[in-house]
Design a protein around this ligand. Structure first.
Ligand SMILES: Nc1ncnc2c1ncn2[C@@H]1O[C@H](COP(=O)(O)OP(=O)(O)OP(=O)(O)O)[C@@H](O)[C@H]1O
Length: 255
């Protein structure tokens, strides 16, 4: 694929091995500066494995070998001189279960901002508010910033987790089934905040929920057996896929 300037992150020929077992095969996929890309596919198809490779989460797992190119602003994130702390700020991750720390809402969001640099209380207040607004949860928490984040509802906790990632001003948000632990109403509220974020950020979301992928993403990538079978405009993937395997999956024949 020709490298286009408007891609923020481009992965080329990605292979990944858990010990001797190969879990990803020759994945070529690029992500634009703004918008939502959904990664779909049956259980065990490699979606999460691929997502986690995008901010080097596998570095922590012994026996994992990652091959290929991961060009972010044209630098390879796996090169030795790429600073890992900086990488994780610029490519943030939101997990399936909301992950608030057991301290106040404010401190949860301020956490990343306080790491490594001095920041005034005034600036911190502004940045915390901005991140909570962007994550669509400010109105619900503005009067309880000092309360323990664990006391919030699941949907609010998940949006606070999104705010915590946004506070460090990332370019990319990786979201691993961010609504699967939530009830349908909270899920829709989180989806709405993701839809707002897509104007400014590159979001990459793993989801089992095909309606969700269809509702919020502009691009969909279909994985099966560790391979990228097809990628395209979400509408095309759902209504007019090129590959029979994709057709079978989106029509519910397997998965
Ligand atoms: N830590 C690990 N060690 C060994 N094999 C693993 C590990 N994590 C995942 N795998 C294997 O890699 C393959 C891809 O798994 P992965 O979790 O990426 O799939 P997935 O599409 O995200 O599945 P799900 O939708 O169920 O989360 C599977 O065969 C899985 O068993």
């Amino acid at each position: 694929m020709a490298e286009k300037e408007n891609y923020l992150l481009t992965t080329k020929n990605v292979n990944l091995f858990y010990g001797k077992k190969q879990a990803l095969f020759d994945i070529n996929l690029s992500f634009p500066k703004n918008g939502i890309t959904a990664l779909i596919g049956p259980s065990g198809s490699g979606k999460t494995t691929y997502l986690r490779s995008l901010n080097r989460m596998h570095d922590l797992t012994p026996g994992v070998k990652v091959e290929g190119k991961f060009l972010f602003h044209n630098n390879d994130i796996y090169s030795d001189n790429f600073d890992l702390v900086d990488l994780r700020k610029r490519i943030g991750m939101v997990f399936q279960q909301p992950t608030p720390f057991p301290f106040s809402v404010y401190d949860n969001v301020a956490f990343g901002l306080r790491l490594g640099k001095k920041i005034s209380k005034h600036q911190l207040d502004e940045d915390v508010e901005k991140a909570l607004r962007q994550a669509g949860v400010w109105n619900e928490v503005k009067d309880r910033l000092g309360a323990n984040a664990l006391g919030l509802s699941g949907g609010q906790q998940q949006r606070v987790s999104v705010a915590r990632v946004l506070a460090t001003k990332p370019d990319i948000l990786l979201l691993d089934e961010p609504t699967s632990a939530l009830d349908p109403i909270s899920s829709r509220v989180v989806e709405d905040s993701l839809l707002d974020l897509k104007k400014e950020y590159c979001l990459i979301i793993v989801t089992h929920n095909m309606q969700q992928a269809a509702r919020i993403s502009q691009t969909t990538a279909f994985f099966n057996d560790g391979r990228l079978i097809e990628v395209g405009k979400t509408r095309e993937i759902f209504l007019n896929p090129k590959e029979e395997e994709t057709q079978d999956y989106v029509s519910g024949k397997f998965g």
